[in-house]
Write a protein that binds this ligand. Structure first.
Ligand code: FE2
Length: 327
């Protein structure tokens, strides 16, 4: 490990609004829990790959609302795509997702094609293996100015076995933490709550030590989370901070009713506001195509500043509004 330290601005922790006790927080909490109690597991939203119909515009509008309210949405292509990468990129552009952060390993349009590449240079990174991935938010090691607001997955090919995804809105986890002890929220809001050690390798990573809050506000005021169940090498600000982080993992496990699990099929995808997620291990069959998922990571949140920047027709612009309280 190097001794380089990061001199940039650490992300500030959560503002008073989200301290678990303020009137504004309690209103936000009530609203989020009400949404959850009203939530019904609906079918994936239908979208054509060309994204050029009135029905597509309506589905996009609903998709924006679901991402805002629940942290994620699931869609399903209505027909086979002739150019999956370009069609997926068009969808993301239609959701105002244009600035990718794919790290040093990305493919066409800034998207990364995830598959089991064990034994290759990419295979040293767990997303490019068939191994299980624990709960995390994407880019938890990113600099504040590169905090990820959205990650997406589009299924090109599922695995022969396994590969199920689980999702959990980090806003719900914040509520669980605050309900139990607002002091944990305060500890995890420290701008130095956790330090991710530097990483430099011949694949192209060159990142200094990164100190960051676990719980913080994005620039628009909405809560964000840098989280991983990874236990190796992370330096915690204090033993109490480490205990609070471990409690986060326990609360995730306790609130299985908040988990959404999905095994994406070809032509299906998820769009999220970088909520917590995990992947179970998978197995490819030697006689079938390997699991392939197109992944996108974006610095923008879905629907900012408008859900549809390239609307297929002007009469169906997304009408979803995004407020700090909800987003
Ligand atoms: Fe991830």
């Amino acid at each position: 490990m190097t001794n380089r330290s990061w001199s940039g601005n650490c992300p500030a922790g959560l503002t008073k609004q989200f301290n678990g006790q303020s009137t504004a927080y309690l209103q936000w909490r009530e609203h989020r829990l009400q949404l959850q109690s009203d939530w019904r597991n609906t079918e994936p939203l239908a979208l054509s790959p060309a994204l050029n119909t009135t029905a597509d515009a309506q589905s996009l509008s609903i998709l924006c609302e679901q991402v805002r309210d629940y942290g994620f949405a699931v869609y399903q292509w209505t027909r086979t795509s002739a150019d999956i990468n370009n069609d997926v990129a068009r969808l993301y552009a239609g959701l105002s997702l244009t600035t990718t952060d794919s790290g040093v390993v990305s493919d066409k349009n800034g998207l990364s094609l995830l598959s089991d590449m064990s034994g290759t240079p990419r295979g040293r990174f767990i997303p490019y293996t068939s191994r299980a991935m624990g709960w995390h938010s994407d880019g938890y090691y990113n600099a504040p100015e590169k905090a990820l607001r959205c990650f997406t997955l589009h299924c090109v090919q599922p695995a022969a076995q396994g590969g199920e995804l689980s999702l959990l809105d980090d806003h719900l986890l914040l509520i669980a933490l605050a309900d139990e002890n607002p002091g944990m929220v305060a500890l995890l809001s420290s701008k130095n709550a956790m330090t991710i050690p530097a990483n430099k390798d011949d694949v192209g990573h060159d990142r200094p030590d990164r100190a960051t809050a676990v719980l913080f506000n994005h620039a628009d005021g909405s809560p964000g989370t840098h989280f991983t169940t990874r236990t190796t090498n992370i330096r915690w600000q204090s033993t109490d901070t480490m205990a609070a982080a471990r409690r986060m993992t326990e609360l995730i496990d306790q609130h299985k009713d908040w988990h959404y699990t999905v095994r994406l099929q070809p032509g299906q995808g998820i769009v999220t506001r970088n909520i917590l997620h995990r992947r179970e291990a998978f197995t490819d069959s030697s006689g079938a195509p390997p699991r392939q998922m197109l992944r996108g990571r974006f610095l923008q949140a879905v629907g900012q500043p408008s859900c549809v920047t390239q609307a297929p027709d002007t009469t169906n612009q997304c009408t979803a509004t995004h407020t700090n309280e909800r987003n």
